[in-house]
Design a protein around this ligand. Structure first.
Ligand code: APR
Length: 313
């Protein structure tokens, strides 16, 4: 049975662990700075395993030795954005957490694939890569699949069809500048841009960009976790089973789409060892400009992150 470690026993981390166990995909370890939270949730989930006839195990705690030899590690540890907190404040707070987590994971699971979930996503994925120095194929930021699944949900609702029939395409950053692309999203072989009027498409793109915030404002406390955990679990399954699944995800670009040295959401092929290939879609000029705008925005933030790394180590 493969081994997956999830760091962060909060909403996203715990729900991911539950999905893995119920699908019998991997022996799962949950690690959190709050020992009781990780251990208690793992114990509670273990109590249900006989009902699902699962052969997987779930353990939890604060000790990184539990994660030894993991095939995949998922990083969800961090702080949510609190009222009054700027994006830069959030970045610094979570960069410190991510550094602590990655340093420990490198020691106990030096061969693992890393799936980053902590926000700000593109920046934290870059930080993980800088800290590990690993091959870029082993570090994947989970965002595009989530943004795409939100886009698919709203397109399907509008067309009155099941969401599974929509093949969404969302590129770029996991934030305000994300690019839901109707021309490259489809239902069967028809582009969504040919099925809905421009004004409606703009509305759906806006709702996708603000999907996370919409959930936050409804929940009042905490942020989305059902869809994020479903996306992480799907990516883990694809990696472990070497499915060759294509998903948009944040990865380090080295010339693909004409962009360099930035983590950005693009379609990748998942498989054993992380991702095997970046798929270069033929973009129209406006779409390419959108992607370049995202890259510029993220790059500016990475300069701040590089400075933080130099000044705080
Ligand atoms: N080491 C280990 N765990 C930590 C550390 C640390 N240094 N710092 C914080 N944690 C844990 C917290 O104790 C908490 O249990 O990370 C967990 C985060 O859980 P939640 O606050 O419930 O956050 P969640 O909703 O799961 O989101 C996690 O995913 O989607 C992103 O923006 C979201 O960055 C956030 C992350």
């Amino acid at each position: 049975m493969p081994k997956v470690t999830i760091v962060g026993a909060g909403q996203v981390g715990a729900t991911t662990a539950l999905r893995l166990a119920e699908a019998d995909l991997a022996d799962t370890v949950i690690i959190d700075i709050e020992y009781g939270l990780a251990r208690g949730k793992a114990l509670d989930m273990s109590h249900a395993l006989s009902l699902t006839s699962s052969s997987a195990s779930i353990v939890g705690g604060s000790d990184y030795e539990l994660a030894e030899g993991s095939d995949i590690a998922v990083v969800t540890a961090g702080y949510p954005r609190k009222p009054g907190m700027s994006r830069a404040d959030l970045m610094e707070a979570n960069a410190a957490v991510v550094r602590e987590v990655i340093t420990s994971l490198v020691r106990v699971a030096p061969a693992c694939v890393l799936i980053m979930v902590t926000n700000p996503l593109d920046e934290m994925s870059y930080l993980a890569w800088r800290l590990t120095g690993w091959d870029r194929e082993r570090i994947i930021g989970m965002a595009g699949l989530l943004d795409g699944s939100r886009y698919a949900c709203h397109i399907a609702e509008e067309l009155g069809i099941p969401p599974g029939r929509v093949r969404p395409m969302v590129l770029g950053s996991h934030g305000d500048a994300m690019l839901p692309l109707a021309r490259l999203s489809s239902v069967e072989d028809t582009a969504v841009s040919e099925m809905l009027p421009e004004k409606k498409l703009e509305e759906l793109a806006h709702r996708t960009r603000t999907g996370g915030a919409e959930v936050v404002s409804l929940l009042k406390e905490g942020s989305a976790y059902y869809a994020p955990s479903a996306c992480v679990a799907a990516m883990i399954r694809a990696i472990l089973n070497n499915e060759g699944l294509q998903v948009p995800a944040s990865v380090l670009l080295r010339g693909e789409y004409g962009l360099y040295d930035v983590f950005l959401g693009v379609p990748i092929i998942l498989g054993e060892g992380g991702w095997s290939r970046i798929v270069e879609l033929p973009l129209q000029p406006g779409e390419r400009e959108g992607l370049e705008r995202c890259a510029l925005l993220i790059k500016e933030r990475l300069v701040g992150l590089d400075e933080w790394l130099e000044n705080s180590s």
